[in-house]
Design a protein around this ligand. Structure first.
Ligand code: CAA
Length: 701
């Protein structure tokens, strides 16, 4: 019939299999083939019931089609599903693997659903800035109730079918993947024997009837902070409201209207960009599916501080044994106690069982002796951020580790080539830059040093996936991708304070833009002393600017190290962050000494200087080859620095703003800020080339 559909007639049943690898995305071609197969089954009088199946069932609409004409091209998914719901023969969706988005909506348009217990079902459209657009917002509330439906759609999470069966989303569980079709046939014959209707009546025919009148507004208020700046959740709410208030046909029309708006939104374009960026990041020149991987069954982490402990937890969480090495017994005990405490918090929050806690702790072994690392397949050093200290650790590792062990440094700024050079096996050395808290943050910067072997890189990328991280490959340079871009961002925030902005003003501009935290609140959290130490290590590069992070240096002198001393850029009362007149006075004094004119600074200038500075640096990183692609840079900023995913990352945002405008604004600040502007606002040569060539995408030319 078609390569995309497998059609089989079996004793009164039509079995229609979706066969469009890898995930049965409902592209225009698959929709056409599916529609034709269903019409054939509907019009064949010998067919009494229809089973739709696929392995996986379907990951939903073809994301690559969104924003293009193909997305709405005939036959549209909503039309097909409407037609399926009108066929007067029982339709059974047999779900294996997953039914997500349009895939689950396809199953919802069928009268019945049978699933493998481990299959995952969900409506993740909100994660793409969309809402379910093929009836999900109308049919699901009628099946499981408006509140349960809204919880599933608004979370964007998927459920195991075994769990979904409890709410009635799935009617029956198959015994296993292998028996799914047999179990579906049995189910179909039972329905026929019982003369079951093609579409059973909806358990919640009026989904809104028992809900309070304020249900939608209450839901909105409860999630307002998490949804700040986003439109997709509002559209989801509007669609559910329609399900509660209108008949099905009208509700479906409203959903279609909202979906069209969402499909055309910048938010959805940004989140789709992030979706593909995440998949693209693992494609790295020099390695491929054939690259041999090294087995990793034992990991060791050196340093049981906050970072080392957090790194170790990642592996224990994934069931991989970890040796945690420290120099002092007391420090080791403190580190292990802290890890246990972190797990206990997860138990209190219901995210972990006590048994899992004990299992994870059992995977963590403390050690004070480097000899215990002899069998480790991967050693990650997380000691003090100092080149000599780290080089000494690597000299020792070179002595004690077995041949083929991967030796990784968790440095955030240092030269991994210089670390690798002290060993006899530089090919085995790599940078693995975790972000704090390392057990929570999704980003892992994988630093490919000059001699890092391809199998070492491939193994760490695979391992990153296993421990749930988004890995982005960076070349060697000060700060790699993230901290190198963070630097101009931080520099501008410091400088703007001298020019007249307050910490609260700067941070508000940034959080209003969607950043998880303002720059100065971040500095207070990370520690003014840490920022100072990093600057100390590179005064030769920054020393020509007397204003460079000067306020941070002054705060350091005053012992205002940030939150830990209850004073930094802000002062703290408990957890409350307050502007401090002392900091303003300090800024005034330093500005006076440096002859910096203080003035009222517009929010727009704050945003542009902080944001455009870091984008300019990102473009430079791409030109140098430190970053492989612009979308990798977006992933770093979203997953490591709290940049809002719904803006697509700084580079995607720059493309939306327009590269010519970005260049013009950089040139403006270069002139307007005098010698300071001349020093720091030089547009990256690649940006200039892109604009001259009339290009709109940030890519190397
Ligand atoms: N459309 C197009 N391509 C898709 C896709 C989709 N819905 N889902 C996955 N793919 C592609 C990926 O891009 C990837 O392609 P490459 O190999 O070329 O990079 C391939 O399928 C495999 O995907 P993953 O690498 O992500 O594999 P995984 O096993 O880790 O995850 C998955 C599989 C859970 C399905 C994950 O890909 C995923 O979450 N996909 C998105 C699901 C989704 O959001 N569906 C809703 C779509 S919107 C919708 O349906 C609107 C509507 O209401 C009609």
């Amino acid at each position: 019939m078609s390569d995309l559909i497998h059609y089989q007639f079996d004793d009164g049943l039509a079995l229609i299999g979706l066969t469009y690898p890898p995930v049965n995305a409902l592209s225009q071609a698959l929709r056409s083939a599916l529609s034709a197969a269903c019409e054939r089954a509907a019009s064949d009088p010998t067919v009494r019931a229809i089973i739709l199946h696929g392995s996986p069932f379907s990951a939903g609409a073809d994301i690559g089609e969104f924003g293009s004409a193909a997305s709405h091209a005939e036959p549209s998914l909503p039309d097909i599903l409407m037609r399926l719901s009108l066929i007067d023969k029982p339709l059974i969706a047999a779900i294996d693997g997953l039914a997500l988005g349009g895939g689950l909506e396809l199953a919802l348009a069928c009268g019945y659903r049978i699933a493998v217990p481990e299959a995952r079902v969900g409506l993740p459209e909100i994660n793409l800035g969309l809402l379910p657009g093929a009836g999900g917002t109308q049919r699901l509330p009628r099946l499981i109730g408006a509140e349960a439906a809204l919880d599933l759609i608004a979370s964007g999470q998927s459920l195991k079918a075994a769990k979904a069966a409890e709410s009635g989303l799935v009617d029956r569980l198959a015994r296993s993947s292998a028996t799914l079709l047999e179990d579906a046939r049995t189910f179909a014959r039972k329905l026929l024997a019982d003369a079951a209707p093609a579409q059973p009546s909806a358990p919640f025919s009026e989904p809104g009837i028992s809900l309070p009148a304020t249900f939608i507004t209450d839901y909105q208020a409860k999630h307002a902070a998490r949804w700040k700046g986003r439109q997709a959740p509002q559209r989801v709410l509007a669609a559910i409201q329609a399900a509660c208030e209108r008949p099905l046909a009208e509700g479906l029309r409203r959903e279609a209207e909202l979906f069209r708006e969402a499909d055309a939104s910048t938010e959805s374009a940004a989140l789709r960009h992030v979706f593909f960026a995440e998949r693209e990041a693992s494609k790295v020149p020099g390695i491929n599916a054939d690259t041999m991987l090294r087995p990793i069954t034992q990991v060791a982490v050196i340093g049981a501080g906050t970072m080392g402990g957090g790194i170790a937890m990642n592996f224990a969480n994934a069931g991989i044994p970890v040796i945690l090495l420290e120099a002092q017994a007391q420090t080791l005990d403190r580190g292990l106690t802290q890890i246990r405490r972190n797990y206990e918090i997860s138990v209190q929050r219901g995210k972990l069982s006590s048994r899992q806690l004990e299992q994870r702790m059992a995977l963590l072994k403390g050690s004070l002796d480097y000899a215990d690392l002899a069998d480790a397949d991967l050693v990650i050093e997380a000691v003090f951020e100092n080149l000599e200290v780290k080089q000494n650790v690597f000299r020792t590792l070179d002595q004690v580790c077995k041949p083929g062990a991967i030796l990784a440094s968790n440095t955030s700024t240092l030269d991994v080539d210089a670390i690798a050079a002290v060993t006899q096996r530089p090919g085995d050395v790599i940078g693995l830059h975790f972000f704090s808290p390392a057990n929570v943050m999704r980003l892992l910067e994988v630093v490919r040093a000059r001699e890092t072997a391809p199998d070492v890189l491939a193994t760490t990328l695979k391992l990153a996936r296993r421990i749930g991280k988004i890995a982005v490959v960076s070349g060697v340079c000060f700060g790699f991708i993230g901290n190198r871009m963070f630097e101009p961002y931080s520099r501008e925030a410091h400088r703007l304070l001298l020019e007249g902005a307050t910490p609260a003003q700067i941070d508000k501009v940034l959080t209003d833009h969607g950043l998880a935290m303002g720059m100065l609140a971040v500095q207070d959290l990370a520690g003014i002393d840490i920022g100072y130490l990093i600057r100390e290590s590179r005064r030769e590069v920054i020393g020509h600017d007397p204003s460079y992070c000067k306020l941070g240096d002054e705060l350091h002198t005053l012992g205002r190290f940030g939150q830990k001393t209850m004073a930094g850029f802000y002062r703290y009362e408990g957890r409350e962050r307050l502007d401090d007149p002392e900091v303003t006075a300090l800024a005034e004094r330093v500005a006076g000494e440096l002859h910096i004119q203080r003035r009222q600074i517009a929010d727009e200038e704050i945003l542009e200087r902080c944001l455009f500075g870091l984008i300019n640096e990102g473009i430079q990183l791409l030109d140098e080859g430190t970053a492989l692609r612009s979308s990798d840079i977006d992933l770093v900023f979203i997953n490591g620095y709290g940049f809002p995913a719904w803006r697509g990352g700084p580079m995607h945002e720059a493309e939306c703003i327009g590269l010519d405008r970005l260049l013009a604004r950089l040139q403006h600040y270069r002139q307007a800020l005098g010698a300071y502007g001349e020093m720091w606002f030089q547009p990256a040569p690649l940006l200039q080339r892109l604009v001259a060539a009339g290009r709109s995408r940030i890519e190397k030319i």
